[in-house]
Structures are given as C-alpha cells and as structure tokens.
Design a protein around this ligand. Structure first.
Ligand SMILES: Nc1nc2c(c(=O)[nH]1)N[C@@H](CN(C=O)c1ccc(C(=O)N[C@@H](CCC(=O)O)C(=O)O)cc1)CN2
Length: 293
C-alpha cells in the first residue's frame, strides 16, 4: 500500500492564513507593518525564484518587503556594509541573506553580522544558542516547517525514535534540536554520509528526516515499514536524467514502505517560506515598544 501523502502546500496555506490574521491584528494594534529585507548576491536563478516567492508571500500576508541585490562580483565589505545599513534601519524588522553566496564571500561572517533581533532565518549563533537551550527566539524555518508538517499529519514524536540524515547548520542540526526539545520528546540520532552502517541506523527510525542534499539518496531498504519520512532535499536533476526536481528520497520505492511521506515539490519547501513569515512578525513584535517578546 502506498504511504499517506503529507501535503506541504495545504499545510503551508493554512499556516500562512494564521500568520496573515496575526499580522493584521499586530498592525492594527501598533500601526506598524512588519518589513522583511531580502539580500541577494549574484545571479543564481534558483535564489532569484526563492526570493521572489518570499516577497510574494510577504505581500499576501500583509508584510512589507524590499529586495537588496548586489552583483556577483560584490566584495565581502560591500555585503557587510549593506547588512549594517539594514541592521540600523528601524523600518526593517527582518533580514534574510539568501544562500548560497558567491565563493569570495565568507558566509559565516555575513550571517554573524545580521542583528540577532532581525535574524529571521535563525542562523545567528545567539539565536542558535537560544534554540539549543530550549528557549528559541526564532524558529529555524525549514526544521520548524518539518515539525508543523508532522503535527498536521498527526505523526507522534513523543518517545519516537527520530533519525536525522544530514548534519548541516541550516537543517540537520536545528532539526535534531527541535525533535529533542521538551514537548516534541523524540529520541534523536543524527547521522551522515560517514556513519557506519547507515542503512541500519535509518531503519531504526519511526520518524526519518532526509536532509543530506543528494538526489534519491534514501532508498527503500533504509526505511522501517510504516515510518514517517520527511524529504527536505531539493535537488535539480541534470538534463541527462530528465531535468526537474528530486528530493533526497527515492520517492517511488520508499512510497511502498513508508507509512507517510512528503513529496518534492509540495512538501517541506512551502513550509520554509511560511515559517519565515511568522518569524518576520515575531521580529517586528520584538522590535516594537510595548509588544511582549
Ligand atoms: N537564507 C536562506 N537561504 C536558503 C534557504 C533558507 O531557508 N534561507 N533555504 C534554501 C532555499 N529556500 C529558501 O530560501 C527554498 C527552497 C525551496 C522552496 C520551495 O518551496 N520549493 C518548492 C519547489 C520550487 C521549485 O520548483 O524550484 C517545493 O519544494 O515545493 C522554498 C524555499 C537555500 N537557501
């Protein structure tokens, strides 16, 4: 029997409606319109699409946005100066620096330069530290989106064995923290391409998060029958393989073994954008006098 489909588009649409209502209430109460500044460096076509989608989503939620584009040749100093300007601008509540950045730029130095209260991606070490201590200021967008999908699909995490395949700063590590947090209460293993007997480790999972960044890496033999599998991967296939998008999960094969499964596209991706909207509202609340943080 095929797995139950976990529909990210539908869950994200409902989530975005809730954010929109909360933004309207906030703006009515304070007179402040939350504002997201998006920073893009270079001509990466996928980044351009993602940022355009984020701006469109802002507009639909009643959030203002601005685009700050630098050329591919921009120096680290140019980018740091832009980030400092946005940090100092009281009309800007959230700053996102779209990744990846061109090779000449030290990504970590730029992300560290974003003011922690405007760090709507939750990449700044202060915010990662708060998250790891179980007192998050912002939700890490993609991992928090995964938690929303699990909740919407009524997949229990308490006492479940959760395996996170991938150890990136953006997804794998914060994902493990959210699953481990009080309330989620999963028993969490983080594994990666160098884990010994990786398939056996993955097969222990009741909840399996694939975030390794390799197309169709997770195969059916790595999945416990009935497990909930969340595919975080968004990989562009070469034309020789038909082009298009593939997740980190070998969808057709895993669909025959898993109990529930997210598609790509239409799974985790839409949730990343939805959580970004929530974080922009949170940032505006934190920076608006008289608003509880
Ligand atoms: N500053 C950031 N940079 C990047 C992040 C991030 O969270 N913050 N994540 C990714 C890109 N990303 C958001 O920025 C992102 C990627 C994909 C989607 C999405 O909805 N994908 C669709 C498919 C879209 C397509 O056809 O290409 C889907 O999965 O249904 C949303 C956000 C790296 N950079």
């Amino acid at each position: 029997m095929p797995a139950r489909l976990i529909d990210g588009k539908q869950t994200a649409a409902a989530y975005r409606e809730r954010v929109k209502a909360d933004v309207a209430a906030f703006t009515q109460k304070t007179g402040v319109t939350p504002h997201l500044a998006a920073v893009v460096v270079g001509e990466n076509p996928a980044s351009a699409v993602y940022v355009r989608n984020k701006q469109r989503a802002c507009e639909q939620a009643g959030i203002g946005s601005s685009l700050h584009a630098l050329p591919e040749s921009a120096s680290q100093a140019d980018l740091l100066a832009l980030v400092q300007d946005l940090n100092a601008d009281p009309a800007v509540h959230g700053i996102l620096v779209q990744l990846p950045l061109p090779g000449q730029i030290d990504e970590r130095a730029v992300l560290d330069a974003v003011a922690p209260l405007k760090d709507v991606d939750c990449f700044h070490p202060e915010n990662v530290g708060l998250l790891s201590q179980g007192r998050p200021r912002f939700a890490p967008c993609t991992p928090a989106g995964v938690m929303e999908l699990l909740a919407a699909a009524e997949v229990p995490t308490a006492s479940a064995r959760a395996v996170v395949l991938g150890r990136s700063e953006i997804v794998g590590k914060p994902m493990a923290m959210l699953l481990l947090a009080r309330g989620a209460d999963a028993t969490v293993t983080v594994c990666h391409s160098r884990t010994a007997d990786l398939a056996a480790v993955c097969r222990e999972a009741d909840v399996l998060i694939a975030a390794i960044g390799r197309a169709k890496f997770l195969t059916a033999d790595m999945v416990k029958p009935g497990a909930a599998v969340i595919d975080v991967g968004i990989n562009r296939l070469p034309d020789s393989e038909g082009g298009g998008l593939a997740g980190d999960v070998d969808y057709d094969a895993v669909n025959e073994v898993a109990g529930a499964l997210t598609p790509v596209p239409g799974g985790v991706g839409p949730m990343t954008v939805a959580v970004l909207l929530r974080n922009t509202l949170t940032a505006a609340e934190l920076q608006t006098a008289g608003e509880p943080g």
